[in-house]
Design a protein around this ligand. Structure first.
Ligand SMILES: Cc1cc2nc3c(=O)[nH]c(=O)nc-3n(C[C@H](O)[C@H](O)[C@H](O)COP(=O)(O)O)c2cc1C
Length: 370
């Protein structure tokens, strides 16, 4: 099966085409629970895992960075799985500083406040202040530093979180989030500038030998938002700037992205977006969005819609999905209902649960299955 063919990205061989989609877990990064959670997915047979939502400012804490290898990365490597860090900056500046303020490309409501939901693009003014040019440059430098530190920590690749509305990279790119009139806004070239400058800075910081992924929303949802043709143009520019893989997601908000795709929508529902990007760039792409069936996954690869598939909720529900498929035991897979209770809890800051997998988040304290 194509699904189990290796792929090489800038010298890094991934043993198969199944990537665990980045998922902010609320389990933290450096504790027994997080370690066991990721180790179980690695044991389950994926090729690569993207550890989600690492705020760039966190990488300025030397203790945090030094501890990551022993506390997390080694546990994934033990199973022959590559691991990437998904670096992110939301609407706080500085993210973890004492005097953090809510900021955005243009004034508006912050998305990333727990009690304020998907509103930044509604144009309600007042809560986020506009970032200054000096702050924008500082944030770009922070991304570059975070990527270099992630490399030093032992991650095999870095991915920029540039999707789903709640990242600055998405907000700068979106005509809904970015109403600036200076060089970081105004037209498509201006809206792409933050992302492209960041990609150049990251490539310079990580050197020529390190794999670099970028996750974007190839379509935003609300009218007036990012279009597929904008996203194709951004993908081209990112590849020129040194990005190796475009991870093609969808959506504008934490309640409105690919993680909300329900059972009513067909599996692989966003694969056409990945396909459209792939046709226009000279780099591999990842497709995501309810790719819960191995037959659908295989068809996406066989039709050339994508080079890899990312699987999210299905791996929370059954971490052993890839292994069961490879061993001809697909009938034993515990099927995810795409109910999204996991993401609802994560967004509320509560420990994730899954109706169909009582082990989720308790892998560290329950005996491992065969
Ligand atoms: C609990 C949860 C947390 C998520 N957190 C992130 C995140 O931090 N970064 C990101 O890019 N996507 C995040 N997502 C979206 C997933 O990566 C994926 O795109 C989405 O779940 C659709 O794939 P699926 O249908 O296979 O679950 C999250 C999804 C879930 C379920």
């Amino acid at each position: 099966m194509k699904l189990f063919e290796p792929i090489t990205i800038r010298g890094m061989e991934i043993r198969n085409r199944v990537v665990m989609a980045p998922m902010g877990t609320t389990f933290g990064f450096r504790n027994k629970r997080a370690r066991a959670f990721y180790a179980e997915r690695a044991r389950g047979g994926v090729g690569a895992i993207t550890v989600a939502l690492l705020p760039v400012d966190l990488f300025e804490d030397q203790d945090f960075v030094q501890g990551l290898g022993a506390s997390l990365i080694d546990a994934i490597h033990e199973h022959g799985v590559k691991v990437g860090s998904q670096i992110w900056h939301g609407n706080k500046y500085p993210y973890s500083g004492e005097n953090a303020e809510l900021v955005a490309p243009s004034p508006g409501m912050p998305l990333w406040e727990k009690d304020v939901e998907r509103v930044w693009y509604d144009g309600a003014l007042g809560q986020c202040r506009e970032l200054t040019i000096a702050e924008i440059e500082d944030i770009i430098a922070k991304f570059a530093n975070a990527a270099a530190r992630a490399k030093d920590a032992g991650f095999d690749f870095v991915e920029v979180h540039g999707c789903h509305g709640h990242s600055l990279a998405h907000q700068f790119f979106s005509p809904l989030g970015n109403r600036r009139r200076d060089r970081y806004g105004k037209d498509l070239a201006g809206r792409m500038r933050f992302n492209i400058e960041m990609a150049h800075a990251i490539r310079q910081a990580i050197g020529e030998d390190y794999p670099f992924f970028w996750r974007l929303s190839a379509s935003e949802g609300p009218p007036g938002g990012i279009t597929l043709s904008d996203a194709v143009e951004l993908s081209k520019q990112l590849v020129k700037a040194g990005v190796d893989v475009i991870d093609v997601s969808f959506g504008a908000g934490i309640h409105d992205d690919a993680a909300r795709v329900t059972k009513k929508q067909r599996m692989g529902t966003f694969a056409h977006l990945a396909e459209a990007v792939r046709q226009q760039i000279e780099a591999p792409v990842i497709a995501v969005g309810r790719i819960n069936s191995y037959k659908v996954a295989e068809a996406i690869l066989a039709k050339g819609q994508a080079d890899m598939v990312a699987i999210g909720r299905q791996l929370l529900c059954d971490p052993f999905w890839p292994r069961k498929v490879r061993e001809g035991r697909a009938r034993e897979i515990v099927a995810c209902d795409s109910c999204s209770e996991c993401v609802d809890l994560a967004v509320a800051g509560e420990p994730m649960r899954c109706k169909k997998n009582g082990r989720l988040g308790r892998e560290w304290e329950l005996p491992a299955p065969e």
